[in-house]
Design a protein around this ligand. Structure first.
Ligand code: SAM
Length: 228
């Protein structure tokens, strides 16, 4: 999978895209991530990328022209892969779910657009954006962290990205439930014990206990998942 990211703050993305599973997946060629600096397509001597909103009001807006120019340069590269989706990260969009992340892993190439300030010129959204994704019902300062969140959510699902493929498939949300509690050594710590069943070696009892815990935790913490 190839992902191109258009951003006014490329340096903000360097660390999340270079470490842990995403970093290793990139090094292994499982995911190919390219970050494009919107400022390079800024207008005039000062490489302007934002301007005041029509109609007045607080905050600046990312201008259409640098966004279009940057996107066109991304699309004009020599990659064999066709762009499947142009995704704008924005809070006023459907919220990313495990199901939507799973579905996106079937795509070969994505372009992610990170907004800034008040947001981006609506004409870019109307003309070229094919999908909009929010990472939650709260507002961040820019789309860089949301873009990193999306890349991470996708990278860990790609074959070979994590050593134990089953691990990603048994995480929370994959089958509509939250994960079960986890314990590791020592068995006893400051008077707190690991549940006996997990040390019993009885795989069927462990499976049944985990299933019960998952249902109980989901009912208590996220009952909305059971309604879905
Ligand atoms: N005026 C926008 C609104 O009220 O919907 C918020 C703009 S926000 C301050 C600036 C940028 O951060 C957005 O253009 C978007 O790219 C990004 N952003 C902020 N919160 C986000 C979220 N929850 N999900 C995805 N992107 C987000």
């Amino acid at each position: 999978m190839r992902i191109d990211i258009i951003t006014a703050l490329p340096e903000l993305m360097a660390s999340p895209l270079s470490h842990s599973i995403v970093g290793r997946a990139r090094s292994a060629g499982i995911i190919d991530v390219h970050v494009h600096d919107l400022r390079a397509f800024g207008l005039g001597r000062y490489r302007q990328i934002d301007d005041e909103p029509y109609g007045g009001g607080a905050g600046m807006v990312l201008m259409a022209e640098p966004l279009f120019d940057c996107l066109e340069s991304v699309m004009a590269d020599d990659s064999d892969l066709q762009v499947d989706e142009i995704i704008y990260l924005t809070p006023d969009a459907p919220v990313l779910t495990q199901a939507s992340a799973n579905a996106l892993t079937l795509r070969s190439r994505l372009v992610l657009v990170a907004g800034h300030y008040k947001g981006i010129d609506q004409r870019f959204r109307d003309a070229v954006v094919t999908m909009e994704v929010s990472i939650g019902d709260y507002v961040l300062s820019g789309g860089e962290l949301p873009a990193c969140v999306l890349v991470d959510a996708l990278a860990r699902l790609l074959p070979g990205a994590i050593s134990d493929a089953e691990s990603a498939l048994t995480d929370s949300f994959q089958d509509g439930l939250l994960d079960a509690p986890l314990y590791t050594r020592p068995a006893s710590f400051r008077g707190m014990e690991v549940p006996d069943v997990l040390r019993s070696g009885n795989h069927e009892s462990i499976r049944a206990w985990r299933e019960r815990m998952r249902e109980e935790r989901t009912r208590r913490i996220r009952p909305d998942l059971l309604e879905d």
